[in-house]
Design a protein around this ligand. Structure first.
Ligand code: G3H
Ligand code: ZN
Length: 277
């Protein structure tokens, strides 16, 4: 069934476990994420980024598909708008029935980030929607890796209080869209953030973090773990492998299906890592 992100993240935080938030860019990702969660017997968050929406040209077709898949699903599935910089897109997602959004004003300076995030959070809360924001920009979104960025714990605590957000994405050593899984996280900083910040913490750029680092990050206090690139790597390897093995086939369901099935297996595996089982 469709559940709220707040429910999944809240339960994971209370149990000091991680929860997986996986980015979908097409229907095959959505069904693979749901199938992987069913196999892991875990709840899962399907998220669509503003970039993915741009690829589709509109939110409603892919967003509606994610919501429908969640409603039909065996496991608990939440649908989340990821990295929205547009307030209009946030409003549209709320109207469509998304239970949560990430409003990303991390490129703005501190005061402007607070102002913009506070305003959108008030709107979302009026509609019962859970909000994640970001402080201390996690690099790599524009192709420029900045694993050195760090979020200051005191500023993060002040930001959470000033904006009223429900969760906070923090910079602790990861960077978006890494193709190698060798990022080193600042576990000591994660512990200090956990002690100071009253809302669940979100790790972005998790594809670059090895399995042991993800488990360690959860133990140190991260809760929502965002994973995108790793699924795309797995999807493309399986789909292109199938296509190369059978270059004479023309039915896209063959190679898309191979990609989808491989992603489901990887989601199941990663959920096991995050749940510390
Ligand atoms: O918001 C999405 C994530 O931060 C994903 O990052 O592609 O490096 O796993 P990633
Ligand atoms: Zn991210």
């Amino acid at each position: 069934p469709l559940v709220s992100t707040g429910e999944i993240v809240g339960a994971a935080a209370a149990a000091r476990r991680g929860c997986g938030a996986f980015n979908a860019i097409q229907l095959e990702h959505i069904t693979a994420i749901v199938d992987g969660a069913a196999a892991a017997r875990a709840p899962v968050i399907v998220q669509l980024s503003q970039n993915a929406v741009r690829y589709h040209g509109a939110l409603a077709p892919i967003g509606g598909a994610a919501l429908a898949a969640a409603r039909e699903a065996g496991p608990d599935v939440a649908v989340h708008l990821d990295h929205a910089e547009s307030a209009d897109l946030v409003r549209e997602a709320v109207g469509l029935g998304f239970g949560s959004v990430m409003f990303d004003a991390s490129k703005l300076d501190y005061a402007d980030n607070v102002r913009a995030t506070r305003e959108i959070t008030a709107f979302c809360h009026d509609h019962g929607v859970w909000v994640e924001a970001e402080l201390g920009e996690v690099g790599g979104k524009d192709g420029v890796h900045a694993p050195g960025a760090r979020t200051d714990p005191d500023e993060a605590a002040e930001f959470a209080a000033a904006t009223g957000v429900d969760a906070l994405a923090v910079a602790v050593g990861s960077s978006h869209a890494m193709l190698t899984r060798d990022a080193t996280l600042d576990f000591e900083l994660i512990g200090r953030l956990r002690d100071r910040v009253p809302v669940p913490l979100v790790l972005h750029g998790s594809s670059g973090v090895p399995d042991e680092g993800l488990a360690e990050a959860v133990k140190a206090g991260m809760t929502k773990i965002n994973i995108a690139t790793q699924l795309n790597k797995v999807f493309t390897a399986a789909a292109s492998g199938d296509w190369r093995a059978h270059p004479d086939r023309v039915d896209p369901r063959k190679y898309l299906g191979a990609g989808r099935d491989a992603v489901a297996v990887e989601v199941r595996r990663l959920l096991g890592v995050l749940m510390l089982v």
